[in-house]
Design a protein around this ligand. Structure first.
Ligand code: MN
Length: 436
């Protein structure tokens, strides 16, 4: 397990940025204050199982408190934010530890035994309530959409503290990815590889930013493959792993694909890796991400043509939708506290959607890139039975070499995904250096 490094540098600056963003957004929307509730635990019906806690991302954007249900932050422009830090006197569960100076010093902090204590401190004036805790349900001005859109647009520009958290989440994930590859080479099952990944990352399932995708052979063609089979395949062809880590609430989201042996599929992985790095280096200020998505289609169609899998030009493959048979998802998405981070599709505080390119309904990022944006670049190439069958029945069947497809089908597919921060110059790749 890599020694976990808590990111403390530049946290004070980060809180100042939050303060000025919230002050501006509250003033613009006519609010005097905001109450940000961390969220409450959800307990299963007729039992006492507690679902894994996922805090309100707006709470996390201020505070590195990832399992602190019922804590509440009160934000007022021009005043030090007030944190009601919930520390119940409860002998059934371990309450949150005492606050640590490196983050707590930024707040006026009240330790609370009651989850309702903050209710006596609601400021006068027009107050926005942010969160999904049941105790907020009857409040006026709950999650006002224009206010949230404003804050979401601000959050697309990461602070240096946030970038450092994401880099650390990338470092931990890359360490675990290397362990997962070793487990694959040793012939482990999906279940065993998943366990090796979690152990190497030092995380349990509930602490992962999203459910790991650990896919051997043809399972790599299932985009959100969710099983972890105990049974090992008789013959190993390929391994696709899409797995991240979290650091202080910030996610990494990384995919790698490996071939069991040298051959056509390993050469295709190399070609996809080269085009993925090309795309990564194009993530610059002023670039429309939709253009990069379409560029990815042209490049992937180029790989398909070069390997003789399709018999039409790359341009024709993109034009007719043939490239989408092999690459049916978006090139990537914003990344941050949420794995699919906020505001990837909105143009303004009204939430006006920036349209996706026609024929590309799953793209999650349509904005023009700005310095500070953090995003994924994850081109893919898969052999998906249902999409291939549909093309064979409804498209130009002669455009595909079906014999080649049949030989590659047992390999599933290829996806290679890095995390990128857009800067004023060269894009910052948080993932490649972490693999060493
Ligand atoms: Mn992703």
């Amino acid at each position: 397990m890599p020694t976990q490094k808590v990111v403390t540098e530049q946290y004070g600056e980060h809180v100042k940025t939050c303060q000025s963003r919230w002050a501006g957004a509250l003033a613009a929307e006519g609010f005097d204050a905001a109450i940000i509730h961390a969220g409450s635990e959800i307990i299963s019906f007729l039992d006492d199982y507690i679902y894994p806690f996922r805090p309100n991302p707006h709470f996390l954007s201020w505070l590195p408190l990832t399992h602190h249900h019922d804590s509440v932050l009160i934000v007022q422009p021009g005043k030090t934010p007030v944190l009601h830090y919930y520390q119940p006197d409860d002998y059934w569960y371990l309450p949150p530890a005492d606050p640590e100076a490196w983050w707590a010093d930024q707040f006026d902090l009240n330790s609370e035994r009651s989850a309702k204590a903050w209710e006596k401190s609601v400021p006068a004036g027009r107050v926005a309530f942010i969160g999904d805790a049941p105790c907020l349900a009857d409040r006026e001005n709950l999650n006002p959409s224009r206010l949230l859109n404003r804050l979401h647009l601000e959050r697309t520009r990461k602070t240096p503290y946030e970038v450092a958290c994401m880099a650390e989440a990338g470092r931990v994930a890359a360490f675990a990815h290397r362990e997962a590859e070793r487990a694959f080479r040793e012939g482990c099952s999906e279940y065993q590889i998943h366990q090796r990944y979690c152990q190497a990352a030092g995380l349990v399932d509930a602490e992962l930013p999203y459910g790991n995708i650990v896919a051997l052979n043809e399972n790599g063609a299932v985009l959100h493959y969710q099983e972890r089979l105990h049974q090992r395949p008789e013959e190993l062809h390929a391994f696709l792993i899409d797995a991240g880590a979290t650091q202080q609430g910030y996610a990494s989201d990384i995919t790698r694909t490996y071939a069991a042996r040298q051959g056509v599929f390993s050469e295709m992985i190399e070609a996809m890796d080269a085009l993925q790095q090309d795309l990564c280096s194009g993530m610059r200020e002023g670039v429309d991400y939709r253009d990069m998505h379409l560029e990815a289609h042209r490049k992937i169609a180029g790989v398909l043509a070069a390997f003789g899998i399709i018999r039409v030009s790359p341009e024709a493959a993109v034009e007719t939708g043939l490239s989408s048979v092999f690459f049916p998802h978006g090139l990537g998405h914003f990344l941050g506290i949420q794995t699919h981070d906020v505001a990837g599709l909105i143009a303004d505080v009204e939430g006006t959607e920036i349209p996706r390119p026609e024929g590309h309904p799953f793209l999650r990022l349509t904005r023009v890139l700005e310095s500070g944006n953090a995003l994924t670049v994850e081109p893919g190439l898969y052999f998906i039975d249902s999409l291939l069958r549909r093309w064979r029945e409804q498209g130009d069947a002669s455009a595909i070499d079906w014999t080649k497809v049949e030989t590659l089908r047992p390999c599933g597919g290829i996806r290679i995904e890095d995390n990128i921060v857009v800067t004023g110059g060269e894009p910052l790749n948080l993932t490649r250096p972490a693999f060493g």
